[in-house]
Design a protein around this ligand. Structure first.
Ligand SMILES: [Zn+2]
Length: 400
């Protein structure tokens, strides 16, 4: 078996925090990002075929009615607004059981749905979020880590009684979030200590947390959220052995039935920015668009990134395919990109594809592109073609 030794969490700039502390930002090279899709998984983990349905998984942490917003803490009012927006969208919120069944091929889903998840087990899940979810009848999953359940530390953790009450409501499902919520540094330290120590460490974090939750709440636990989204390939076979069938990261994106089960994407909604929530609301068909981005229909020729879409790379290849332009003068093509001006795009004489790869990260949430060209023998330019797409800047971070 050949698995990559480095995966995205190791090479992406990330943010994470322990529940009691503020977020620490750690910079890494921005360009050295491996996309989730590139990861090669061994055949026994092969997923089912894509049925076209997409699930947007939202991840929250802590809630508060009045404290200032932070990345990991969202104000209750804002959370309520977001949940109302979801409700108003008409796109269903499914529960984890349905999600798991769909992933196994045992249930069908509509083309679009949401799954709501909340990490750590803060008391404010019960006091702030749960009333909203109950009122709107939205199912949700809490990813709990053993050492925090019922913890008296700071009096800010949910008690067993609170969790039980939410479970009894039928709206809540539980999943595992490890035993100790280890920082990536701790995981790496154990990894460096050799396979035996690392295996014992993982057995405990993934295994003991599962047993603990199953014993205490009498519910099967088959889902896991990596603390800080941090994972290494050694976790995958162990997760299979322990009976986890869906494991969530913090890399934004929609889940399909074919998404690799060990690295499912999730939109971590930060309390102090709207980017991830907006991205989570946009499904590929373009039913809902972030303000300011052109609608994904009006262009005469195919372009990439597509108009109105939100991408996660800040170094995209921007291209347009002009093979349908009769008599295109290849030398006349001019591409302009917002923030860059005129860029040295290349034109492929065979395919008539015009492309340019961003040579420094796009900094704005919306990128505007325009293309102009002449027809052979003509003096003036043809009508300008322009479009814009969004960049999910939150995707450049790993948050807890
Ligand atoms: Zn966490």
């Amino acid at each position: 078996m050949k698995l990559p030794t480095l995966i995205l969490s190791l090479t992406t700039p990330f943010l994470w925090a322990e529940p009691e502390v503020d977020v620490i930002e750690i910079d890494a090279t921005e360009t050295d990002v491996t996309e989730v899709d590139d990861i090669d998984l061994e055949p026994q983990f092969e997923e089912l075929e894509d049925d076209g349905s997409r699930v947007s998984v939202l991840g929250y942490h802590e809630f508060h009615a009045s404290k200032p917003l932070t990345q990991m803490r969202i104000q209750t009012k804002k959370f309520r607004t977001q949940m109302r927006e979801i409700k108003a969208s008409g796109i269903p919120v499914i529960d984890m059981e349905k999600f798991v069944q769909w992933r196994k091929g045992e249930a069908e889903l509509p083309p679009k749905s949401f799954l709501i998840t909340i990490d750590d087990g803060w008391k404010s899940v019960y006091t702030e979020a749960y009333p909203v979810l109950k009122e709107l009848e939205l199912p949700f999953t809490v990813f709990l880590y053993k050492n925090y359940v019922g913890s008296s530390r700071g009096g800010r953790a949910m008690s067993f009684a609170m969790i039980n009450e939410m479970l009894e409501s039928g709206l809540c499902t539980i999943g595992s979030h490890s035993v100790s919520h280890p920082f990536p540094g701790t995981v790496k330290k154990n990894l460096k200590a050799g396979p035996e120590i690392y295996d014992a460490f993982l057995q405990k974090e993934l295994g003991e947390s599962k047993t603990f939750l199953e014993d205490n709440f009498a519910k099967p636990v088959t889902t896991y959220a990596y603390p800080g989204g941090f994972h290494t390939p050694e976790m995958f076979p162990l997760a299979d052995e322990l009976g986890y069938d869906n494991l969530f990261t913090v890399k934004p994106g929609k889940v399909s039935r074919a998404s690799p089960r060990h690295i499912l994407p999730r939109y971590i909604v930060l309390g102090n920015s709207n980017g991830a929530f907006k991205s989570a609301m946009v499904f590929r068909s373009g039913a809902s668009l972030a303000g300011g981005i052109t609608a994904p229909v009006a262009l005469p020729y195919p372009v990439n990134p597509q108009a109105g879409h939100i991408i996660s790379s800040r170094l995209p290849v921007i291209s347009a395919e002009l093979s349908q332009v009769d008599g295109l003068d290849l030398d006349s093509v001019v591409m302009r990109v917002g923030g860059f001006g005129k860029v040295p795009c290349k034109v492929n004489p065979e395919t008539k594809e015009v492309s340019w790869t961003a040579n420094r990260p796009l900094r704005q949430p919306i990128c505007e592109v325009s293309l102009q060209w002449k027809l052979k023998g003509k003096e003036s330019y043809e009508p300008i073609m322009s479009w814009s797409f969004g960049i999910d800047r939150v995707s450049n971070y790993q948050s807890q």
